[in-house]
Design a protein around this ligand. Structure first.
Ligand SMILES: [Fe+2]
Length: 270
C-alpha cells in the first residue's frame, strides 16, 4: 500500500509537484491512481525507473522491462512530467532514452528547462554512475568491457557532471533540481547544499529499506544508519526533499519493513 506524504514549502509561488522515484520496473498502477486523486501541476521522476544494475551493455532495457512506458504515459496524461536519470539507468541506451521521451515526458539529462505551468526552472542531474559509464565508453571505443564491479565502489570515479549547474544556479527564478542521489546534497560532490538551488528532489535511499523506531538501517552511498533517506531538509540556500521510493528494490529476501512506498507532494506556496 502506497502512502502519500505532503510537504508545504514556502516558495514565492504556487505549484504542486508530485515526486516519484525508484519505480524499478514495478507495476505503477497504484501510484497512478493516487496521482490522479492528488492532481499535481508537475510530476518529477527522480530516476531508477529501470531495474538495471546488472544489465549487460548493448541490451535495450525497455525490451524486457514492460512497466515503465505505461507508467510514464499515465503520468503524462495527468501533468507535465520530468525525468532525471539514476544509477539503475547506468547502461541506458540511446533507443531507451528515445522510448522514454516518446511518452511525452521530458528527460533532463544534465540540463534544465523553464516549464510553463508554474514558471519554475527545472533541471535534472544525471547519476555519476551513468556519467562514468559514458566517459569510459568514449575513452574505450574499442568495446573494452566496463569493469563496473571495481568502478562502482569508488565515489571519486563516479562523479556527476556539474559544469552546467554553475549556469543553472545563476538563473533568475525558482529552481528545482531533480537529482537521484540524496548524498550529493552534503556528503559527496557536488555538495548541492552549497549551491543556490531552491529545491532539490531526490530518491535512491529507499527510506533505508528497514526502519526501526524511525531510524533507517542502510542506504547505498551512505552506509548503515543513514540520515538522508526521506523527508525534508533545509540548507542555507534551499531545501532537499527525498522520496522513499515506489518499490522494493533490495534483492529478496530483504524486505521493506516499517517503510511503505510513497508518493511525495511538494506543495509550494507563496
Ligand atoms: Fe538508486
Amino acid at each position: 500500500m502506497i502512502r502519500t506524504r505532503v510537504w508545504r514549502i514556502r516558495a514565492g509561488l504556487s505549484c504542486r509537484i508530485a515526486l516519484l522515484s525508484d519505480l524499478h520496473n514495478a507495476d505503477g498502477t497504484e501510484a497512478l491512481q493516487r496521482l490522479a486523486q492528488l492532481r499535481p501541476d508537475l510530476i518529477a521522476v527522480t530516476g531508477d525507473l529501470f531495474l538495471g544494475y546488472h544489465a549487460l551493455e548493448g541490451d535495450d532495457l525497455l525490451r524486457t522491462q514492460h512497466n515503465i512506458l505505461p507508467f510514464l504515459e499515465g503520468c503524462v496524461k495527468l501533468a507535465p512530467t520530468y525525468i532525471s536519470l539514476g544509477n539503475h539507468e547506468w547502461v541506458v541506451s540511446a533507443s531507451d532514452l528515445e522510448g522514454l521521451a516518446s511518452t511525452g515526458a521530458v528527460i533532463l539529462d544534465n540540463r534544465w528547462v523553464r516549464e510553463r505551468t508554474c514558471g519554475v526552472l527545472i533541471g535534472g542531474l544525471t547519476s555519476g554512475m551513468l556519467t562514468d559509464f559514458r566517459r569510459f565508453r568514449k575513452k574505450h571505443a574499442d568495446g573494452e568491457p566496463y569493469p563496473h564491479e571495481i568502478r562502482h565502489t569508488d565515489a571519486y570515479i563516479l562523479r556527476p557532471r556539474t559544469k552546467w549547474l554553475d549556469r543553472f544556479e545563476r538563473q533568475q527564478g525558482y529552481k528545482v533540481l531533480l537529482c537521484h542521489h540524496p548524498e550529493y546534497w552534503c556528503l559527496q560532490e557536488p555538495m548541492l547544499i552549497d549551491r543556490r538551488i531552491d529545491l532539490v528532489l531526490a530518491g535512491h535511499a529507499h527510506g533505508g529499506q528497514i526502519r526501526l523506531f524511525g531510524q533507517a538501517l542502510y542506504a547505498p552511498g551512505q552506509g548503515v544508519l543513514p540520515r538522508y533517506t526521506g523527508g525534508l531538509f533545509t540548507g542555507p540556500h534551499g531545501r532537499l526533499l527525498i522520496s522513499r521510493g515506489l518499490s522494493n528494490t533490495a534483492p529478496p529476501p530483504i524486505p521493506r519493513l516499517f517503510n511503505p512506498p510513497e508518493v511525495v507532494l511538494a506543495d509550494l506556496h507563496p
